[in-house]
Design a protein around this ligand. Structure first.
Ligand code: ZN
Length: 223
């Protein structure tokens, strides 16, 4: 059988049993892939509506991002960063990237002509607050992951948070579009019963989610 030489040369981290990270740590790549499958199952179990998203997104394992990042179509996964998270953190981080896709943050930020860095910060506050609100994760797990979280943004939409000039006091997990851009160049209803019922939700926040659900059901969502 003919095998294209170029294809044969293509190596993916997923093809290796173990991989050596740039700083020397050797990780069990097959265990990471197994864990990621379990993370996807957990996310779909928590919210069945995520099923098609979780399965249609392309996962690209690369050291070109420091954590995880998305461009709205692909999720770029740093194998070492992800491997070293505990299971609950893995669910949180992947859920975080998927929420950026669902909430269409890249388009919203660009459309408004927002500063990319501040845009990422505002988007992360909305995502993390929503993940807690919807019961995907807890405030403790978000904080343990040193991700952006502040109750003052509870129930606010991305645009409202951006307008309040949010800052980034953490050095921990954040994804951002500049990371995903770099990687690219190189290659239901809000208010679930399991969420935080005390969170006050602004009209913009609820409307944004309802619009996302409407688009999704109409087959308009891009992923
Ligand atoms: Zn993010």
């Amino acid at each position: 059988m003919f095998i294209n030489e170029k294809l044969r040369e293509v190596k993916r981290w997923e093809d290796y049993d173990t991989i050596k990270c740039p700083n020397g740590q050797v990780i069990d790549m097959q265990k990471l892939l197994d864990d990621m499958e379990r993370v996807k199952v957990a996310l779909v179990h928590l919210e069945p509506f995520l099923g098609s998203m979780v399965n249609r997104i392309r996962y690209i394992y690369t050291f070109k991002v420091k954590t995880q990042a998305t461009d709205g179509y692909n999720i770029f996964v740093n194998p070492q960063f992800t491997y070293n998270l505990d299971f609950e953190q893995k669910v949180f981080v992947l859920g975080h990237e998927i929420m950026h896709c669902i909430m269409d943050h890249l388009r919203r930020g660009k459309q408004a002509g927002h500063n990319p860095q501040k845009s990422n910060i505002a988007a992360d506050y909305e995502v993390n607050s929503s993940l807690v609100d919807l019961g995907f994760t807890t405030e403790n797990i978000v904080k343990k992951s040193k991700a952006l979280f502040d109750h003052k943004y509870d129930g606010m939409a991305y645009e409202q948070i951006y307008a309040r000039n949010p800052s980034n006091p953490t050095q921990g997990y954040q994804s951002n579009s500049s990371q995903s851009k770099q990687a690219e160049q190189n290659q239901g209803q809000r208010g679930s019963d399991s969420g935080n019922q005390n969170q006050k939700r602004s009209k913009e926040y609820v409307d944004g989610w309802n619009q996302a659900m409407k688009d999704y059901k109409a087959g308009k969502i891009k992923i």
